[in-house]
Design a protein around this ligand. Structure first.
Ligand SMILES: Cc1ncc(COP(=O)(O)O)c(C=O)c1O
Length: 413
């Protein structure tokens, strides 16, 4: 089956052009230009799936990076106790000291690294962590390198803050990661102020080796630019454990979260590890933008560190779903799957099935009842060739998704 032929391939997603923003009447003020960012398509697919479900339809969700497992039992128990105690109050802007201390200990236990609890800032999910880090490091007009394909919110948050995302295209030849050469070339072109990498990555699942991270951190030190490392998928690896950029550079900014490994998406809790020179600015920004991270979630997050066995069991289930998809997808026509070293996504080339992944995903949802994310969410220029499938849900869900896709594709001419 090929879709979208003759109608042209999917247009890359883009923020609304300034002229579109001016078309409102004076009675209805246009939103600010900085608000004209692209939508997060995975979230839009989620709401389209919700509309089908509201009418009684059944959807297999493979669009979101949302663990199917609940928060660890210890976290839920701790939250219950905190709620029963009654007073849910503001906390210090950088988080409750015991949680900052526990996060610092995690670096010793997990990576053998020493982290001063004072360098840890607890945030409202890693999403708030990005806003704090970007505002602390960059001014309007600064240029920050990010990879494509990549997590769409990086680009969209940077654009909303008036910071210029400099998109570096990656692919199989560079193992889907920004190389020191590509970073230096982008800097030579016009000075960068920072680079943001993730490992394991979304949407590819690709992990950078300790050497690759070290090489990139070394270039950043030499060029005098910020190195921001999104480590949200640490703990969810299938071949080897992930290395933290902190091992390579004490000046790196680490972004992490309780959303993925700890299965706590809706609790909106994450953290930053910061170099000392950024601490006061991040604290001032956090005081003003968020006052404090949510109290109950902080209590729960601290307890989640004690749920190692439960969380390991969740990871082992992802490993089974990963194996199932890696075996089934090539048979369905998904090619050149990026190596899924970690996270819970498979990013595949669908050009044997379509030349328009947005339309392909629309039809997969409407006709097969499987919610997938089109590559244009992650790569505005080449994403029409790719689709991302998430295997974060229950394994039964993943099995059902594959079955539905197989019968749908078999029905198509
Ligand atoms: C790479 C990456 N970073 C950050 C986030 C945001 O996570 P949260 O704000 O829930 O911590 C996500 C969510 O999918 C992600 O994939």
């Amino acid at each position: 089956m090929r879709q979208g032929q003759g109608k042209g391939s999917a247009k890359p997603h883009r923020a609304a052009a300034p002229s579109e923003m001016q078309s409102h009447t004076s009675a209805e003020p246009a939103s600010a230009l900085r608000a004209a960012i692209a939508p997060f398509i995975a979230m839009e697919v989620l709401s389209q799936a919700g509309a089908i479900e509201a009418k009684g339809g059944k959807v297999v969700h493979m669009e979101l990076g949302e663990p199917g497992a609940p928060a660890p039992r210890a976290a839920r128990e701790a939250a219950k106790r905190a709620i029963e105690e009654g007073r849910i109050a503001y906390t210090p802007a950088l988080g409750i000291p015991s949680l900052r201390k526990r996060i610092a200990r995690h670096y010793r236990d997990f990576y053998g690294l020493t982290v001063d609890p004072e360098h840890v800032a607890v945030t409202t999910g890693s999403s708030a962590g990005f806003i704090l880090a970007f505002l602390a490091c960059f001014d309007v007009g600064d240029r920050v390198a990010i990879s494509s394909p990549g997590y769409p919110a990086y680009r969209n948050i940077l654009e909303a803050l008036g910071i210029e995302p400099v998109v570096i295209e990656t692919g199989p030849a560079d193992r889907w990661t920004i190389t020191p050469e590509a970073l230096s070339a982008a800097h030579r072109d016009k000075k960068l102020k920072g680079v943001l990498v993730m490992s394991p990555a979304n949407p590819t699942g690709v992990m950078m080796s300790a050497e690759a991270i070290g090489a990139l951190a070394g270039i950043c030190d030499r060029l005098g630019i910020w190195f921001i490392s999104d480590e949200i998928y640490h703990g969810l690896t299938y071949e080897a454990p992930a290395s933290s950029a902190l091992a390579a550079s004490s000046d790196a900014i680490i972004v992490n979260s309780f959303s993925k490994y700890f299965c706590m998406t809706g609790w909106r809790i994450g953290w930053l590890v910061l170099p000392p020179r950024l601490l006061r600015s991040v604290e001032r920004l956090a005081q003003n933008l968020f006052i404090s991270p949510p109290y109950v979630s902080q209590i729960a997050a601290q307890a989640a560190f004690e749920a190692k066995h439960e969380l390991q069991a969740v990871r082992d289930v992802y490993a089974q779903s990963r194996a199932l998809l890696l075996e089934a997808l090539p048979r369905l026509g998904f090619c050149d799957l990026a190596p899924v070293d970690g996270a819970f996504y498979v990013y595949g080339d669908v050009t044997r099935l379509t030349n328009d992944s947005l339309e392909f995903c629309r039809r997969a949802l409407a006709e097969a009842g499987v919610a997938l994310t089109p590559g244009v969410d992650f790569d505005r220029t080449r994403g029409a060739r790719h689709v991302r499938l998430s295997f974060a849900g229950a394994p039964e869900n993943v099995r059902q998704g594959v079955q539905r896709l197989a019968s749908w594709l078999a029905r198509e001419p």
